[in-house]
Design a protein around this ligand. Structure first.
Ligand SMILES: Nc1ncnc2c1ncn2[C@@H]1O[C@H](COP(=O)(O)OP(=O)(O)O)[C@@H](O)[C@H]1O
Ligand SMILES: [Mg+2]
Length: 223
């Protein structure tokens, strides 16, 4: 029923982490039927999912034409299709966006990442909207992997907030060890929820991902 693509042409900004976390939040806490599409050649989210305690189905689709053929079919079958988008400006990204109700872009508030987002990812979103006559109808963005101490996020927020095509989410996802370790721990951030023995930084990470998921979910209700 709803397709959401985690999309930013910059690698390493948190697309895979965001897609896996949000997809499993929908499944665990909203009891939705969710399918994850991994559009990356490496297939890392597909691989990650195999190690998680979940019945969620996934597919690995890297051919741009197959995206056009298969996304509408998956959309019929599931409540949500969550797509882990591809780095670099590639045709597959445009096809993904043309079939997505919403795009969600994690953006690191460092160096030239905001510039790259504005010049490349935003352009892709605008192109997709022209081609598809309006999709993705909601394009959201959030600061991802922000340093807890650095003030760079305070500079980045107003820059992103003034982009008319983008809905800037309030949640900031900080760079925290527990998040970076999830894959090697064969875990997803929700596996660390409600265990009081975990460190405060772990609880903060869980809260941030909860807040992010809730914000995205609310946005999707508006579509
Ligand atoms: N909030 C975070 N804190 C710490 N490490 C993170 C965080 N988000 C992602 N990472 C790590 O950063 C790397 C890149 O993240 P990933 O989700 O794979 O980005 P992308 O899919 O955009 O390339 C991975 O090693 C991941 O574990
Ligand atoms: Mg990735």
């Amino acid at each position: 029923m709803t397709i959401i693509t985690f999309c930013n042409i910059k690698g390493g900004c948190g697309k895979t982490t965001g897609a896996i976390s949000f997809a499993s939040w929908l499944e665990r806490y909203q009891k939705k039927r969710v399918h994850l599409v991994d559009a990356n050649q490496q297939g890392s989210s597909n691989y990650w999912l195999r190690y998680l305690d979940t019945a969620m189905t996934s597919s690995h689709i890297t051919d741009p034409d197959k995206i056009i053929e298969l996304l509408p079919e998956l959309n019929e079958e599931y409540d949500f299709v969550v797509v882990d988008g591809v780095p670099e400006v590639m045709e597959i990204n445009k096809n993904l966006l043309c079939f997505s109700d919403s795009s969600v872009s994690p953006i690191q508030p460092v160096g030239l990442d905001i510039e790259a987002f504005c010049n490349k990812t935003l352009r892709l979103i605008k192109l997709a909207r022209k081609v598809s006559r309006g999709l993705p109808s909601v394009a959201a963005a959030y600061l991802s992997r922000a340093s807890v101490r650095s003030s760079s996020k305070q500079k980045a927020l107003p820059q992103l907030d003034k982009i008319p095509e983008i809905k800037l989410l309030k949640t900031i996802i900080h760079d925290r060890k527990v998040v970076g370790d999830c894959f090697t721990e064969e875990a997803v951030i929700w596996d660390f929820k409600k265990n009081k023995t975990f460190l405060d930084s772990t609880q903060s990470a869980v809260k941030e991902f909860e807040s992010l998921s809730q914000e995205i979910y609310e946005l999707l209700k508006e579509i």
